[in-house]
Design a binder for this molecule. Structure first.
Ligand SMILES: Nc1ncnc2c1ncn2[C@@H]1O[C@H](COP(=O)(O)OP(=O)(O)OP(=O)(O)O)[C@@H](O)[C@H]1O
Length: 232
Protein backbone atom coordinates (compact mmCIF):
# COMPACT_ATOMS: atom_id res chain seq x y z
CA UNK A 1 0.00 0.00 0.00
CA UNK A 2 1.30 3.51 -0.75
CA UNK A 3 2.15 5.73 2.15
CA UNK A 4 -0.52 8.27 3.08
CA UNK A 5 1.02 10.12 6.00
CA UNK A 6 4.66 10.63 6.92
CA UNK A 7 5.82 12.68 9.87
CA UNK A 8 9.54 13.38 10.13
CA UNK A 9 11.36 14.88 13.10
CA UNK A 10 8.33 16.90 14.08
CA UNK A 11 8.45 19.28 17.01
CA UNK A 12 5.46 21.49 17.73
CA UNK A 13 3.47 23.10 20.51
CA UNK A 14 1.74 26.31 21.46
CA UNK A 15 3.73 29.46 20.66
CA UNK A 16 7.12 29.05 22.30
CA UNK A 17 6.00 26.07 24.44
CA UNK A 18 7.18 22.75 23.00
CA UNK A 19 4.79 19.85 23.50
CA UNK A 20 5.85 17.36 20.81
CA UNK A 21 9.45 16.25 20.36
CA UNK A 22 10.95 14.62 17.28
CA UNK A 23 7.86 12.66 16.22
CA UNK A 24 8.54 10.06 13.50
CA UNK A 25 5.50 8.27 12.15
CA UNK A 26 4.25 6.79 8.89
CA UNK A 27 0.83 5.42 7.97
CA UNK A 28 -0.06 3.55 4.80
CA UNK A 29 -3.24 4.19 2.85
CA UNK A 30 -6.19 2.32 4.33
CA UNK A 31 -4.51 1.72 7.71
CA UNK A 32 -5.75 2.91 11.06
CA UNK A 33 -3.75 3.94 14.09
CA UNK A 34 -4.72 4.10 17.77
CA UNK A 35 -2.99 7.03 19.47
CA UNK A 36 -2.79 6.35 23.19
CA UNK A 37 -1.18 7.89 26.27
CA UNK A 38 -2.08 9.44 29.58
CA UNK A 39 -3.68 12.86 30.02
CA UNK A 40 -1.39 15.61 28.83
CA UNK A 41 0.89 13.26 26.85
CA UNK A 42 0.34 15.31 23.69
CA UNK A 43 -2.22 13.24 21.76
CA UNK A 44 -4.55 16.13 20.98
CA UNK A 45 -1.56 18.32 20.16
CA UNK A 46 -0.37 15.74 17.61
CA UNK A 47 -3.78 15.59 15.92
CA UNK A 48 -4.03 19.40 15.98
CA UNK A 49 -0.54 19.66 14.49
CA UNK A 50 -1.56 17.40 11.59
CA UNK A 51 -4.67 19.60 11.17
CA UNK A 52 -2.49 22.71 11.35
CA UNK A 53 -3.79 24.59 14.38
CA UNK A 54 -0.69 24.48 16.62
CA UNK A 55 2.68 26.22 16.44
CA UNK A 56 5.02 24.31 14.19
CA UNK A 57 8.66 24.33 15.35
CA UNK A 58 10.57 21.91 13.10
CA UNK A 59 10.32 18.73 11.03
CA UNK A 60 7.83 17.94 8.29
CA UNK A 61 4.42 16.38 7.65
CA UNK A 62 3.72 14.79 4.27
CA UNK A 63 0.27 13.80 3.01
CA UNK A 64 0.42 11.48 0.00
CA UNK A 65 3.97 12.67 -0.62
CA UNK A 66 3.20 16.40 -0.41
CA UNK A 67 4.76 18.51 2.32
CA UNK A 68 1.81 20.12 4.14
CA UNK A 69 3.77 21.43 7.15
CA UNK A 70 3.35 25.05 6.17
CA UNK A 71 -0.18 24.92 4.80
CA UNK A 72 -3.12 26.51 6.57
CA UNK A 73 -5.78 24.26 8.15
CA UNK A 74 -8.31 24.89 5.37
CA UNK A 75 -5.70 24.01 2.73
CA UNK A 76 -4.96 20.76 4.54
CA UNK A 77 -8.69 20.00 4.78
CA UNK A 78 -9.01 20.55 1.03
CA UNK A 79 -6.21 18.02 0.51
CA UNK A 80 -8.13 15.40 2.46
CA UNK A 81 -7.68 15.76 6.20
CA UNK A 82 -10.96 15.24 8.05
CA UNK A 83 -11.08 16.06 11.74
CA UNK A 84 -13.46 15.46 14.62
CA UNK A 85 -12.16 17.48 17.58
CA UNK A 86 -12.99 16.63 21.18
CA UNK A 87 -15.60 19.39 21.27
CA UNK A 88 -17.48 17.95 18.22
CA UNK A 89 -17.78 21.04 16.05
CA UNK A 90 -21.27 20.57 14.66
CA UNK A 91 -23.55 23.46 13.65
CA UNK A 92 -26.00 23.60 16.53
CA UNK A 93 -28.55 25.79 14.76
CA UNK A 94 -28.67 23.68 11.57
CA UNK A 95 -30.60 20.45 11.14
CA UNK A 96 -28.87 17.08 11.06
CA UNK A 97 -29.28 16.92 7.29
CA UNK A 98 -28.00 20.49 6.81
CA UNK A 99 -24.99 19.70 8.99
CA UNK A 100 -24.19 16.78 6.74
CA UNK A 101 -24.62 18.58 3.44
CA UNK A 102 -23.33 22.08 4.33
CA UNK A 103 -19.65 21.23 3.95
CA UNK A 104 -19.87 17.95 2.00
CA UNK A 105 -17.48 17.27 -0.84
CA UNK A 106 -18.11 14.87 -3.71
CA UNK A 107 -16.88 11.33 -3.29
CA UNK A 108 -18.03 7.84 -2.39
CA UNK A 109 -19.38 8.84 1.02
CA UNK A 110 -22.86 10.29 0.41
CA UNK A 111 -25.83 11.31 2.57
CA UNK A 112 -27.43 7.90 1.95
CA UNK A 113 -24.28 6.19 3.13
CA UNK A 114 -24.08 8.41 6.21
CA UNK A 115 -27.68 7.50 7.11
CA UNK A 116 -26.93 3.84 6.40
CA UNK A 117 -24.08 3.96 8.88
CA UNK A 118 -25.99 6.00 11.49
CA UNK A 119 -29.72 5.17 11.28
CA UNK A 120 -30.33 7.39 14.35
CA UNK A 121 -29.24 10.38 12.29
CA UNK A 122 -31.73 9.51 9.58
CA UNK A 123 -34.52 9.35 12.17
CA UNK A 124 -33.46 12.77 13.44
CA UNK A 125 -32.61 14.35 10.10
CA UNK A 126 -34.90 17.34 10.66
CA UNK A 127 -33.83 17.97 14.26
CA UNK A 128 -31.43 20.80 15.06
CA UNK A 129 -27.92 20.04 16.21
CA UNK A 130 -28.69 21.41 19.68
CA UNK A 131 -31.65 19.03 20.05
CA UNK A 132 -29.44 15.94 19.85
CA UNK A 133 -28.06 13.86 22.71
CA UNK A 134 -24.29 13.80 23.25
CA UNK A 135 -24.03 10.47 21.47
CA UNK A 136 -26.06 11.67 18.50
CA UNK A 137 -23.92 14.79 18.30
CA UNK A 138 -20.81 12.64 18.20
CA UNK A 139 -22.31 10.48 15.44
CA UNK A 140 -23.16 13.64 13.54
CA UNK A 141 -19.64 15.00 13.97
CA UNK A 142 -18.14 11.76 12.62
CA UNK A 143 -20.63 11.54 9.75
CA UNK A 144 -20.03 15.18 8.88
CA UNK A 145 -16.28 14.60 8.67
CA UNK A 146 -16.89 11.57 6.44
CA UNK A 147 -19.06 13.66 4.10
CA UNK A 148 -15.87 15.61 3.29
CA UNK A 149 -14.62 12.34 1.81
CA UNK A 150 -11.26 12.68 3.57
CA UNK A 151 -8.16 10.65 2.80
CA UNK A 152 -7.27 10.70 6.48
CA UNK A 153 -9.78 10.92 9.32
CA UNK A 154 -8.63 12.20 12.73
CA UNK A 155 -10.86 11.38 15.69
CA UNK A 156 -10.13 12.89 19.10
CA UNK A 157 -11.62 10.79 21.92
CA UNK A 158 -14.82 9.92 20.06
CA UNK A 159 -16.14 7.73 22.90
CA UNK A 160 -15.57 10.20 25.73
CA UNK A 161 -18.53 10.77 28.04
CA UNK A 162 -20.94 8.53 26.12
CA UNK A 163 -23.31 5.90 27.53
CA UNK A 164 -22.16 2.28 27.03
CA UNK A 165 -24.85 1.49 24.44
CA UNK A 166 -23.81 4.53 22.38
CA UNK A 167 -20.15 3.58 22.76
CA UNK A 168 -20.97 0.21 21.18
CA UNK A 169 -22.88 1.85 18.31
CA UNK A 170 -20.03 4.23 17.59
CA UNK A 171 -17.46 1.45 17.79
CA UNK A 172 -19.46 -0.56 15.24
CA UNK A 173 -19.55 2.48 12.94
CA UNK A 174 -15.84 3.10 13.42
CA UNK A 175 -15.12 -0.51 12.57
CA UNK A 176 -17.05 -0.06 9.33
CA UNK A 177 -15.17 3.15 8.58
CA UNK A 178 -11.70 1.66 8.99
CA UNK A 179 -12.35 -1.85 7.69
CA UNK A 180 -15.26 -1.86 5.19
CA UNK A 181 -14.79 1.70 3.91
CA UNK A 182 -11.00 1.38 4.16
CA UNK A 183 -10.57 4.98 5.30
CA UNK A 184 -7.26 5.78 6.98
CA UNK A 185 -7.77 7.03 10.50
CA UNK A 186 -5.92 8.12 13.59
CA UNK A 187 -8.02 7.66 16.70
CA UNK A 188 -7.11 9.17 20.06
CA UNK A 189 -8.78 7.19 22.80
CA UNK A 190 -8.63 6.59 26.53
CA UNK A 191 -10.44 3.27 26.19
CA UNK A 192 -7.46 1.36 24.77
CA UNK A 193 -9.01 -2.10 24.95
CA UNK A 194 -12.07 -0.94 23.02
CA UNK A 195 -10.14 0.69 20.20
CA UNK A 196 -7.23 -1.73 19.69
CA UNK A 197 -9.37 -4.52 18.15
CA UNK A 198 -10.38 -2.25 15.28
CA UNK A 199 -7.08 -0.51 14.53
CA UNK A 200 -4.05 -1.85 12.64
CA UNK A 201 -1.33 -0.06 14.58
CA UNK A 202 -0.84 1.58 17.94
CA UNK A 203 1.39 4.36 19.24
CA UNK A 204 1.87 5.41 22.85
CA UNK A 205 2.90 8.98 23.51
CA UNK A 206 4.59 10.01 26.72
CA UNK A 207 5.58 13.61 27.46
CA UNK A 208 5.30 14.51 23.81
CA UNK A 209 7.43 11.67 22.43
CA UNK A 210 6.59 8.30 20.90
CA UNK A 211 7.60 5.58 23.37
CA UNK A 212 5.94 2.58 21.67
CA UNK A 213 4.81 1.72 18.14
CA UNK A 214 3.67 -1.73 17.04
CA UNK A 215 0.71 -3.49 15.49
CA UNK A 216 -2.46 -3.48 17.59
CA UNK A 217 -2.56 -7.29 17.30
CA UNK A 218 0.93 -7.56 18.82
CA UNK A 219 -0.03 -5.30 21.73
CA UNK A 220 -3.28 -7.17 22.35
CA UNK A 221 -1.31 -10.42 22.40
CA UNK A 222 0.90 -9.00 25.15
CA UNK A 223 -1.37 -7.91 28.01
CA UNK A 224 1.59 -7.21 30.29
CA UNK A 225 3.01 -4.69 27.78
CA UNK A 226 -0.41 -3.05 27.45
CA UNK A 227 -0.85 -2.89 31.24
CA UNK A 228 2.64 -1.44 31.63
CA UNK A 229 1.90 1.37 29.20
CA UNK A 230 -1.58 2.05 30.54
CA UNK A 231 -0.29 2.35 34.09
CA UNK A 232 2.46 4.87 33.26
N1 LIG B 1 -3.71 25.73 24.02
C1 LIG B 1 -2.64 25.34 24.74
N2 LIG B 1 -1.69 26.22 25.12
C2 LIG B 1 -0.61 25.82 25.83
N3 LIG B 1 -0.38 24.55 26.22
C3 LIG B 1 -1.31 23.64 25.90
C4 LIG B 1 -2.49 23.97 25.14
N4 LIG B 1 -3.21 22.84 24.95
C5 LIG B 1 -2.53 21.86 25.57
N5 LIG B 1 -1.39 22.33 26.13
C6 LIG B 1 -0.37 21.53 26.87
O1 LIG B 1 0.16 20.57 25.99
C7 LIG B 1 0.40 19.35 26.68
C8 LIG B 1 -0.27 18.21 25.93
O2 LIG B 1 -1.68 18.37 25.95
P1 LIG B 1 -2.65 17.51 25.03
O3 LIG B 1 -4.02 18.08 25.19
O4 LIG B 1 -2.07 17.40 23.68
O5 LIG B 1 -2.56 16.09 25.72
P2 LIG B 1 -3.49 14.83 25.54
O6 LIG B 1 -2.57 13.67 25.48
O7 LIG B 1 -4.39 15.02 24.39
O8 LIG B 1 -4.29 14.81 26.88
P3 LIG B 1 -5.85 14.65 27.20
O9 LIG B 1 -6.10 13.20 27.19
O10 LIG B 1 -5.95 15.25 28.55
O11 LIG B 1 -6.61 15.42 26.14
C9 LIG B 1 -0.12 19.53 28.09
O12 LIG B 1 0.98 19.81 28.92
C10 LIG B 1 -1.02 20.74 27.99
O13 LIG B 1 -1.02 21.47 29.17
Amino acid sequence: MPELLRIEGLSAGYREARVLFNIELALEEGKSLALLGRNGAGKTTLLDTIVGTTTYHSGAIFLAGRDISRLRPEQRAALGIGWVPQERNIFRSLTVEENLTATARPGPFTLARAFGMFPRLQERRRNLGNQLSGGEQQMLAVARALMLNPKLLLLDEPLEGLAPIIVDELLAAMRRIVTDEGISAIIVEQKARKILPLTDEVVFLERGAIVYHDTSAALLASPETLDAHLSI
